[in-house]
Design a protein around this ligand. Structure first.
Ligand code: SAM
Ligand code: SF4
Length: 523
């Protein structure tokens, strides 16, 4: 079959499947949201903040019996998969789970779209530009789908949890075969089977969060550092944020399952774990049979023989004294805390529903610094929340200095459908927001550079992760405070923690020399 024939056949197949998708004779591109409503009746409801806020305390079941059946293990034999991941660590970790499931189904990983039999886009909905990137990628994949009609293209992750996105894909992006959400990843084998044999686009998005499935397989990215999910969802409802709608209500994994996973990683030689959740310090608040919270979990994890334990992200509101006390004990609990503040203005914080004021945040920082004098604090900041005044923005700038954040992720506010802030009228022009972001970033860079300068001449402990991306004769790793260090050394030390003397500091990284350990005469 030549190229032209393949393309024509693909178009014919597409045409046929389009016809069968619809029981009526309206062309798909002319259909409205109502025409697709049947997809959502059983599995999907659009994001509804009022409903979401009334989250019940339905019991979350924990399942330990996930398996890929013998039949499903044959489906991917001789085939390849590619997963493109957008967004946060949670998505990266979900990708590791999907890679694990696909591997059990017999698929092999590839980095080349051209070689793949299934391509999954694991998407992020947090800001509009993240969504635009995904739609761009869906468009780029169209010629490949025409060329390889049996290729399965799937869209999953947070974007799939939004009705507007699902409708847009169904109406405009026929090359997508499969859409599923964040709550039914464990259904991947069945969904792929359906997508293979169905003439229609397969859509399965659960509006209600599912149970916790414990024994999902994972193919982890690397053997040095690992993500460990400790909870799912978020109940905070910050007014700008889509996450409580895309990730559902807070559900904590049982402590014994988390501790066992970290022990297992330690036994496999992993050097670092990051405990993951949208709001890790709300951990345990949903248990009705256990009085066990994030501080307790950290205490238990700190006893495991693994050199480094991090966590992300914590919410200032839930950062209690017990947690500070446990962190102050140090050991494998690192003294770097990422503590998103979002704004330095109490007025804006109230409108964001963050449930703390500027003064509360500063008081928390004071307590943390008292207990952990050497602590490194980093943060997230949103610029240009609706109607943010110049004075309110200036309060963010002064807070940035007052706390002495060593780094910050900074974002221009992006309205998200279904969130309360998106319904507000906003009088601040885009160029004013961009100019503020620019000023804030200049301050962030300055504070980062100053914090780096401190390390010149000092010896730091570096977990060596591999060769530097820019130069393969140079190794790169991270300090306990998460600073990148580049230095020359033998490849044999990749995966271990070594001493490096910092020779010079840049804005975002350090250069150094490996400190050779002197072996004592007496051994
Ligand atoms: N749960 C974490 C917290 O509360 O800090 C962070 C979750 S969110 C994935 C990461 C960051 O994205 C937030 O801290 C916030 O700064 C930013 N973000 C969330 N929604 C946003 C929006 N609509 N526009 C701009 N930035 C947003
Ligand atoms: Fe979003 Fe984080 Fe607020 Fe939850 S706590 S709503 S994830 S910003």
């Amino acid at each position: 079959m030549n190229e032209q024939q393949r393309k024509e056949q693909a178009q014919i197949k597409q045409g046929l499947s389009v016809d069968k998708k619809s029981s009526q004779d309206i062309p798909l591109s002319e259909k409205t949201t109502e025409d697709f409503a049947h997809y959502f009746q059983t599995t999907y409801e659009p994001p509804d903040i009022k409903k979401a806020r009334k989250r019940g305390r339905d019991k979350v079941e924990v399942h330990y019996d996930f398996e890929v059946s013998d039949k499903m293990q044959q489906i991917g034999k001789g085939k390849k998969f590619l997963i493109r991941t957008y967004g946060c660590q949670m998505n990266e970790h979900d990708t590791e789970v999907m890679a694990g499931i696909l591997t059990e189904m017999g698929y092999e990983a590839t980095l080349e779209a051209q070689d793949a039999d299934i391509i999954l886009l694991n998407t992020c909905a947090i800001r509009e530009n993240a969504e635009n990137k995904v739609f761009g990628e869906i468009g780029h994949l169209k010629p490949l789908k025409l060329e390889k009609p049996d290729l399965i293209i799937g869209v999953c992750g947070c974007m799939s949890q939004q009705e507007s996105v699902v409708n847009k894909i169904l109406q405009k992006h026929q090359q997508v075969d499969l859409i599923f959400g964040t709550h039914n990843i464990h259904r991947l084998p069945n969904l792929i089977e359906e997508a293979m044999f169905s003439k229609a686009q397969v859509v399965e998005v659960w509006s209600k969060e599912g149970d916790i499935i414990e024994n999902l397989p994972k193919v982890r990215h690397g053997k040095i550092k690992a993500w460990v999910n400790i909870m799912y969802g978020c109940d905070k409802f910050c007014t700008y944020c889509i996450v409580p709608m895309t990730r559902g209500k807070e559900r904590s994994r049982r402590p014994e399952d988390i501790v066992q996973e970290v022990r297992h990683l330690a036994a496999q030689g992993y050097q670092e774990v990051t405990l993951l959740g949208q709001n890790v310090n709300a951990y345990g608040k949903d248990f009705d049979d256990l009085d066990y919270q994030f501080g307790d979990l950290l205490e238990d994890v700190s006893k495991i023989d693994i050199p480094r334990v991090r966590f992300t992200t914590s919410h200032p509101r839930d950062f209690d004294d017990k947690l500070i006390e446990i962190l102050a004990k140090g050991g494998n609990l690192l003294d770097h805390i990422h503590l998103p503040v979002q704004s330095g203005s109490s007025h804006i914080l109230r409108k964001m529903n963050r449930k703390y004021t500027r003064e509360d945040y500063l008081e928390l920082v004071r307590k943390i610094k008292n207990a952990i004098p050497n602590v490194t604090l980093t943060t997230d900041i949103i610029v240009g929340f609706p109607n943010e005044t110049e004075e309110q923005f200036e309060e963010t700038m002064t807070l940035m200095e007052e706390v002495g954040f060593e780094s910050a992720y900074t974002f221009i506010y992006s309205p998200r459908d279904g969130t309360p802030a998106a319904a507000q009228q906003d009088d601040i022009p885009d160029d004013v927001k961009k100019e503020r972001l620019h000023r804030l970033n200049a301050l962030v860079n300055q504070q980062s550079a100053e914090s780096m300068k401190y390390y010149e001449g000092k010896v730091v402990k570096v977990l060596v992760e591999g060769e530097s991306k820019k130069d393969d004769t140079v190794l790169a790793g991270y300090t306990e405070k998460n600073k990148v260090v580049n230095f020359k050394g033998p490849r044999s030390i990749i995966g271990s923690i070594v001493d490096v003397k910092v020779t010079d500091a840049k804005t975002w990284s350090l250069n150094g020399e490996l400190v050779k350990k002197t072996v004592g005469v007496n051994g």
